[in-house]
Design a protein around this ligand. Structure first.
Ligand SMILES: [Zn+2]
Length: 149
């Protein structure tokens, strides 16, 4: 019952074993329809709608603290992941791209941020309050969204 008393208790999302909302799993990685995505602030970037909302709020709050958070990447359709894997190589081969169909970007559940050292420190201190976690060790720009946090 405690969850209902949290400040912005929205709905609780049903997640699969990998932490992906079942709604999104039904669409498929990189195949999320426009109506399930939300725009991040006034940018061209999109994420799964609840994640977009939290990211927009987080960037605004950081700005209040005098910290600038930029976005370099967000939701990535399947074809773009294929292209990225071709250009940057797969993780499994020492590159910088997830196998198409597996990227958190394909779920609209991760964003790549443009962070100066001050912004990175701010993120490490505050991002979890918005549901964002740093979950790829050698990619301090990559932040994944964890619903229900
Ligand atoms: Zn990323």
């Amino acid at each position: 019952m405690a969850a209902q008393n949290t400040p912005d208790a929205g709905r609780t999302y049903k997640l699969n074993a990998k932490g992906i909302p079942e709604d999104l799993v039904a669409y498929g990685n990189g195949k999320i329809p426009a109506n399930a995505l939300g725009q991040v602030g006034g940018t061209r970037h999109k994420l799964w709608a609840p994640a977009a909302q939290k990211l927009t709020q987080m960037i605004a709050d950081a700005q209040q603290d005098g910290v600038k958070i930029g976005i370099t990447d967000s939701y990535r359709p399947y074809e773009e992941q294929v292209d990225l894997a071709r250009r940057k190589g797969l993780y499994s081969q020492g590159g910088l791209a997830a196998k198409p169909g597996t990227s958190e970007h394909g779920w609209g559940m991760a964003t790549d941020l443009d962070l100066n050292p001050e912004a990175l420190a701010w993120m490490r201190k505050n991002a979890d309050r918005y549901g964002f976690v740093e979950n790829v060790k050698r990619e301090s720009w990559h932040w994944a969204f964890r619903p229900n946090t």
